[in-house]
Design a protein around this ligand. Structure first.
Ligand SMILES: [Zn+2]
Length: 274
């Protein structure tokens, strides 16, 4: 949390408010956000930059500046960005940074557990940085079963771990991995190298279906996630397996079970996921 649909929801909410605006004043109160760099130095570097585009790659938010520099934001566990048109409440103990735009509105970065990161990249640094960490966008044309077949055939890891690999399925985290495997009717513990090409195609379809549903529902609100205008998402009402142990499978009625795969809580239907 937050995963691709939550980050995309934040991006689409902020994009029209940020693009074309100049960062007039930047305050970063938490050294963990920018480490190993001094937060005051990063804040000073950001002041005066004008936003050219707000993009997303996997779970990263990418603020591209007209200068060709970029601010790469990873929300990790509990990070979020909130827009306040006429200022923000001053008493939020989890606020870590505030950006004042040239039109007087504020964007606040909030993070309860403080694992999120802000990384300022110089021109030319962004693409190599992302290419080393993030695979093709699952909702774009770059991700196909045909291209995944070769890397997956060499892996004996359980499918759940494969779906969590950011270089294969960018932006998918624990929630959408379980949901995708349910849609694909694939067991999370199946060794990846035993999956047929038809099943791999089902997996790609399942990942897309789960992510699209998440975007349509503006993300899942379990603990701290909020969209940029403070609204909750409703994807949690659509969960087929995640967090539903003991409840009936919506496809076959068998009770959903919980196990652990790759150290992560994993929910699945033992009857219709093979
Ligand atoms: Zn079932």
């Amino acid at each position: 949390m937050p995963e691709l649909p939550e980050v995309e929801t934040i991006r689409t909410g902020l994009e029209p408010k940020l693009v074309g605006r100049t960062l007039a004043r930047v305050e970063i109160d938490d050294p963990r956000l920018t480490r190993p760099h001094d937060p005051r130095e990063i804040a000073a570097e950001l002041e005066g930059e004008t936003v050219e585009a707000l993009e997303r790659r996997g779970k990263y938010l990418v603020v591209r500046f007209v200068s060709d520099r970029a601010l790469l934001i990873h929300l990790r566990m509990t990070g979020g960005l909130l827009l306040g048109a006429g200022g923000l409440p001053a008493d939020d103990p989890y606020r870590r940074a505030v950006v004042r735009l040239d039109n007087g509105s504020d964007v606040a970065y909030r993070d309860v557990r403080r694992f999120g990161t802000w990384l300022l990249l110089e021109p030319g640094e962004l693409d190599p940085y992302l290419d080393a960490r993030v695979g093709a966008e699952p909702l774009g044309r770059g991700l196909t079963a045909r291209r995944l077949a070769e890397p997956i055939a060499r892996r004996r890891a359980p499918l759940k771990a494969i779906v969590l690999d950011q270089r294969l399925f960018a932006g998918v985290g624990n929630i959408y991995a379980d949901e995708a495997l349910w849609w694909a009717r694939l067991h999370p513990l199946r060794p990846a190298n035993e999956v047929t090409s038809e099943e791999l195609a089902e997996l790609v379809r399942g990942v897309r279906r789960a992510l699209r549903l998440g975007i349509a529902r503006q993300g899942a609100t379990l603990r701290d996630y909020r969209s940029s205008d403070g609204a909750s998402g409703s994807m949690q009402e659509e969960f087929r397996v995640y967090g539903r142990d003991g409840e009936p499978c919506r496809r076959c009625g068998h009770p959903i079970e919980k196990t652990r795969v790759a150290g992560r809580g994993t929910w699945y239907c033992p009857a219709c996921q093979r």
